[in-house]
Structure formats: structure tokens, C-alpha cells
Ligand binder design. Structure first.
Ligand code: FES
Length: 132
């Protein structure tokens, strides 16, 4: 390799590296989106059934335990619908299907529905915490 070709190659690589070093923080800043923490409250007076839906969250009673699932499909984020007959969640966008525990049964989604943390309040409210 000639010396001039070698120096040009080093110069190009150094320029690319400097661009990455200087552009990364700028692009990160421009794409940064603050995550909001949303608390969805289910009150016992709402006559909670086995599967309850509110603000993008499913609150489900299984035996004597509660768990919460995000209603956002893990494929591209559409809101899934619960079918009481089959006890499955169906995504209207591309047909993914999840069982009542959130496990993927069919369709293009490759992950289960996201489980969300719960808080049980002294007044009987169940608070589901989700990130938007
Ligand atoms: S968004 Fe649900 S299957 Fe595509």
C-alpha cells in the first residue's frame, strides 16, 4: 500500500469517527422522549370482573390473585381486544393472539403481552403502573 493511500484511509476513518463522536449526542438529544409514568386506578366500587380494561391496561383476576397486562400488542403496539368466549386477546391489526396470561399464541408478535406492576392500596384501590 502506498503511503498516500494509507494516509487518505486514516484521514477518512478519523473523519468518520469524529462525526460519530460529535453527532451521537446531538442525535440522542433530538430523539430523546421523556417517559411518563401513568398510574391507572381500579376501584372496588367499579365491580371488577375477571378481566377489566382501562386506559390501555388489562387487570385480570386469576383465582385470588390479580395481575395486569399492557393492552399494547408487542408487534407494533395496537390495542388488543379480549374475547370472553375464547379467553384470548386478539390484535386487530395483524392478527396476533395471546392467551389470558399474555403468552403469545399466534401471529407476528414474538413476545408476550407486557406484565405491569401493581400496587394494592389500603382503601382497596388497585393501581397499575405503566410507562407511556
Ligand atoms: S400490531 Fe398486533 S399483530 Fe401487529
Amino acid at each position: 500500500m502506498k503511503r498516500s493511500v494509507f494516509l487518505k484511509t486514516i484521514f477518512v476513518l478519523a473523519t468518520i469517527l469524529l462525526c460519530i463522536i460529535f453527532l451521537y449526542p446531538i442525535i440522542s438529544y433530538l430523539l430523546y422522549r421523556e417517559q411518563k409514568i401513568v398510574k391507572v386506578s381500579f376501584h372496588p366500587n367499579e365491580r371488577l370482573g375477571k378481566v377489566n380494561f382501562k386506559k390501555g391496561v388489562y387487570l385480570i383476576k386469576s383465582n385470588h390473585n390479580w395481575y395486569a397486562l399492557s393492552a399494547h400488542c408487542t408487534h407494533l403496539g395496537c390495542i388488543v381486544n379480549f374475547d370472553e368466549k375464547t379467553e384470548k386477546f386478539h390484535c386487530p391489526c395483524h392478527g396476533s393472539v395471546f392467551d389470558i396470561s399474555g403468552k403469545r399464541v399466534a401471529g407476528p408478535a414474538n413476545r408476550p403481552l407486557t406484565r405491569l406492576p401493581l400496587r394494592f392500596m389500603k382503601n382497596g384501590d388497585i393501581i397499575v403502573i405503566k410507562r407511556d
